[in-house]
Design a protein around this ligand. Structure first.
Ligand code: SF4
Length: 378
């Protein structure tokens, strides 16, 4: 199947060119603690060996940034860094990486009175000085609050598109064009809508595609495939990540799943693209990253899936998230949400907190709440 790709700019990320007519790059992210240098290097090496074009690592502190320097020395993989909330770490990490990812919705956390335009100008300068590309990474669970409040509460699409567009415009006006954009949601239909709308506005900007919190295989791969088939089949998408909730030794499955989806699309082996059944149970879970505070989270996600099978005919969403940073926000839209701390798991119904329970206690508590939700829907 010959796909006419969008005429995006070419963006170099280390030894890889993304965009234009270059092959679609496949990437992943480490889920080890960044300061655990041996474990992180081992995971970067495993992902690289599995064919990852780019590997992303999260940094949250000066110590993470120091660890990154050592990780850089031990691998030749193309590295991207996820700045998360602390944009000021950019100058400490940029010398060690090939790309800096920032989230427009996280810039307000530090130096609240400093305009976001100044912060992005600083990031662009740091990136240019250190030969780094950038990614403007817009995420459904952490949209810039200033943007969100200008639109209807049930419109999650427009604030994300507006946020991405205004950041692109600013970077362009600064003469920094070596960037890609991502617009991620856990709902593949929204991922398709977001990326199609953005590509209509800015067909020149390379897009990094992903369904965030896609969850456990095989469902997580299916959700991602649905979105990728519809986008890549229309020429949209220059680099991809498949986010899966798997234990650390299985992380390279994100790369093999991504390559398989790309090969199938290129060969025209498209699955019948069925929209995710809105009348069925939907479990979303994050792919985990260095912020996971208890690795029991991955096992818990699997147990939640098994325990909740009796509710598979109900239109109920359960979200299972690995940390306190993104967990509370990213569970708000689910019927039932769990976000995991070091010793306790927080249970929510919509945005309402129901309490924190130990890893041993949480499943029966969740089941009791699930029974109530089913009763309300029956
Ligand atoms: S929810 Fe937390 S642990 Fe999970 S991927 Fe997001 S930041 Fe990482």
């Amino acid at each position: 199947m010959k796909i006419q790709r969008n005429p995006t700019r070419s963006v170099r990320i280390g030894s890889v060119q993304v965009g234009a007519q270059h092959p679609i790059a496949v990437q992943s992210m480490t889920a080890t603690h960044t300061q655990n240098i041996d474990a992180t290097v081992a995971q970067v090496t495993a992902l690289h060996a599995a064919g990852a074009d780019i590997v992303r690592i999260a940094v949250d502190s000066d110590k993470d940034a120091e660890a990154l320097g050592e990780i850089r020395r031990q691998t030749s993989a193309n590295l991207s860094v996820d700045l998360q909330e602390n944009y000021r770490l950019a100058e400490k990490v940029a010398p060690h990486v090939d790309k800096i990812r920032y989230n427009p919705g996280h810039l307000y956390h530090h130096e609240r009175t400093r305009p976001w335009q100044d912060k992005v100008t600083y990031l662009a300068k740091v990136a240019s000085d250190h030969d780094c590309a950038m990614r403007i990474g817009v995420n459904c669970g952490s949209v810039d609050p200033a943007k969100k409040e200008r639109y209807a509460a049930d419109d999650s699409i427009t604030p994300m598109i507006e946020s991405a567009t205004e950041h692109c415009d600013l970077l362009d006006s600064l003469g920094f064009t070596r960037f890609v954009v991502s617009l991620k949601d856990s709902d593949p239909t929204k991922v398709v809508e977001l990326n199609r709308l953005f590509a209509e506005r800015r067909s020149d900007v390379p897009l990094h595609l992903g369904v965030t919190e896609a969850g456990l295989p095989p469902d997580g791969i299916i959700k991602t495939r649905i979105a990728f088939e519809q986008l890549i089949g229309r020429g949209i998408g220059d680099t991809i990540r498949v986010s899966l909730t798997v234990p650390n030794p299985r992380k390279p499955e994100e790369i093999s799943a991504g390559r398989q989806i790309l090969d199938d699309i290129a060969a025209g082996r498209l699955r019948s693209v069925v929209a995710l059944n809105p009348q069925a149970l939907n479990i979303i879970s994050c792919p985990s990253c260095s912020r996971v505070e208890n690795e029991a989270f991955v096992e818990l996600a699997q147990q939640v899936k098994e325990m909740s099978q009796y509710a598979k005919e109900y239109a109920i969403t359960i979200a299972v998230m690995g940390c306190r940073v993104n967990g509370p926000g990213e569970t708000d839209d689910a019927d039932l949400g769990l976000w995991c701390g070091p010793n306790r798991v927080n249970l929510k119904r919509g945005s309402e907190a129901l309490g924190a329970f130990t890893y041993d206690e949480i499943l029966p508590k969740l089941k009791a709440e699930l029974d109530l939700v089913i009763k309300q829907k029956s």
